[in-house]
Design a binder for this molecule. Sequence first.
Ligand SMILES: NC(=O)c1ccc[n+]([C@@H]2O[C@H](COP(=O)([O-])OP(=O)(O)OC[C@H]3O[C@@H](n4cnc5c(N)ncnc54)[C@H](OP(=O)(O)O)[C@@H]3O)[C@@H](O)[C@H]2O)c1
Length: 248
Amino acid sequence: MKIGIIGIGNIGGTLARKLSTAGHEVRVANSKGAEGVRAFAQEIGATPVDARGAVEGADLVILSIPFPVVAKLPKDLFDGLAESAPIVDTGNYYPGLRDPHIPELDEGKVESVWISEQIGRPIIKAFNNILAYSLAELGRPAGSPDRIAVAVAGDDAQAKRIVMDIVNEVGFDPVDGGPLSESWRQQPGTPGYCCDYDAEMMGKALREAVPGKAPAIRNELYNRVGQLGPSPSHADIIAMNRSAHSDN
Ligand SMILES: NC(=O)c1ccc[n+]([C@@H]2O[C@H](COP(=O)([O-])OP(=O)(O)OC[C@H]3O[C@@H](n4cnc5c(N)ncnc54)[C@H](OP(=O)(O)O)[C@@H]3O)[C@@H](O)[C@H]2O)c1
């Protein structure tokens, strides 16, 4: 597939590396134009482009940039993209920590619905509820007993199927998170968020998510992660995320 990736940080960069290694024709972009991504692109066997170059002729686009930046992308960025090409949003909203407050989201709008409105296109939400370390290091072949799951939400069955296949290809079990309107079930502070759960536990966690409860848990986790010290281990973070729901 021709895959355009906008944002090559912790998540987008790892996906670019894995998908290039898997044999896809990967084009990568950040905010600095093709020159700004040339070294990384060469390292992973991808093509350096700007954001428009990532979208042009793509079969799939992955958007993995800081949440509020999406609102600043050119409004016509996706105009030429085939309707059959899914746009994946990996984003999470972290108000007061990393992101400025966005009133609509604070009032409860589903994060990827907001993203979809910003870019004027349908979205498939995926790779948002797995930590960057897990994505890079803990992928396993299909059928492995310790395989971690990734939730995938969206409205178009065909687009969702394409993205679920990509999730599988990079080493994780895709779990259907329902339509985009239900993707609040995989946002920060929900029971399955960044817990390294397998598919069965992820499905259970998505079902058990309670409307309106996640923001308070997310904010509580801001405090608790600070208490873990300057460089918490991955296991510590996963244990903390899991324990945030132990009273449910
Ligand atoms: N880190 C995690 O564990 C994790 C897990 C799941 C989901 N997420 C979510 O996934 C998203 C990306 O996270 P991340 O940790 O990968 O972020 P990151 O490491 O900070 O990388 C962000 C990338 O976005 C690029 N970017 C910024 N502004 C841009 C613009 N206007 N146009 C094009 N590219 C731009 C940056 O490039 P420049 O160098 O040019 O700024 C950088 O390559 C966030 O919403 C995050 O919440 C993160």
